[in-house]
Design a protein around this ligand. Sequence first.
Ligand code: BES
Ligand code: MN
Ligand code: MN
Length: 458
Amino acid sequence: MDKVVDFINLSRERYLDELKAFLAIPSVSALPEHAGDVKRCAEWCGEEMRRIGLEHVRLIDTPGNPVVYGDWLHAEGAPTILFYGHYDVQPVDPLDLWLSPPFEATVRDGEIYARGAADDKGQVFMHLKAIEAHLTQNGRLPVNIKLMIEGEEEVGSAHLDDFIRDHKSELAADVVVVSDSTMFDRGVPSICYGLRGLVYFQIDLRGSSTDLHSGSFGGAVANPAFVLSQMIVQMKDRGGRIKIPGFYDDVRELEPEEREAWARLPFNERKYRKDFGIPKLAGETGYTTLERTWARPTFEVNGLLSGFTGDGAKTVLPAVAMAKVSMRLVPNQRPEKIAELFDAYVRKLAPKTVELKVTRMHGGKPWMTEYDNPFVQAAGRAIEKGFGQKPIFTREGGSIPVVSTFQEELGLPSVLFGVGLPDENAHAPNEKLDLGNFHNGVIASAILYDEIARAPSA
Ligand code: BES
Ligand code: MN
Ligand code: MN
């Protein structure tokens, strides 16, 4: 292992140049104008995988963006890792808030700034470099590994469940490794054992065929902006509890042991408020901030649009109003069922004075695992060696739709070993990745393969 670690330590500068090239490709999956870049990014991944010595590298088509696949399967008798990551990134708007261009990676104060630096290109690249280190130094890996890097995670992985069902035998493995999450805090590495799920909707209301003079018509015609606001207000009570009938039926309550463990985590509420400019925290009565974000479902308005929003004033009765809303789900809520409950409730809330259109968008299932699994323990040892500190166990509020599919379709446990930080601006302007964490992450990943090879079979 020393040779591998030495090689990693000597490669710092080169890693940076290569990562910059990866980050330069604007692989924004949400925007049709970037379709060519998404494809080019898939090809870049394939090239890099071939170059570091992976085999059977190919782009596998889906009805959406290709999955990049590659493997190395010569560790006879050793376990097989299925590595999952994504090469697509979120849109960059608002562009004017970026301090350096989102697709020209720039290093400032030990952090690399670019869209995708943390989510998820930097973390995918970290594993490619760990594999490269083993293959160049030893000519082999201690484990078998299959990599699948997808291009639609940021738009809900709509085609991935079918992809996995269609390639079940090719994807057979012992454990899934994912690096697409954050550490608990700077200097506090962690392993994530739970993710929330998601259902996302657009609501459109129309109150008239055209905008109207608010003096001539106001008072006699429903205002869709107002009606939409009234409907949104009906989604939660004053204690922050969601009022959709049946919404909590399948929610798995927190165990007392879990609450006690989380209460002991080094979470500083004042710093959290200060870091993100939050005047006062809000949320469901009876739960702490970590509980609210990791283990409780939410209803959020992600976007709201209606009427006149320019400078000055305009007396207008808007014809339409639109909201994008989503719900984060927790075990054992199911997106399909929650979507039905939401749809029925919205239809009940909408008055006859407006036309209503409800459109369901992407989503994903929640996920949670027991972390006494030997592979998770192996990851714990690898992180301790790479970061000089034992990891803590956390859940996350975000979603990675495919992780529960790995469990359900392939029967595989997942190890979520993330090296991002909560303040690295994923999905926001000035996304960045701490280069120290990246570097330790390459070392920890290289050690992880060794530790998994030695783990007692699960
Ligand atoms: N990497 C994130 C998920 C994540 C965020 C995990 C924070 C742990 C901590 C992922 O790329 C993501 O953004 N997922 C989307 C999924 C959605 C588009 C279906 C999300 O959570 O909004
Ligand atoms: Mn991600
Ligand atoms: Mn993301």
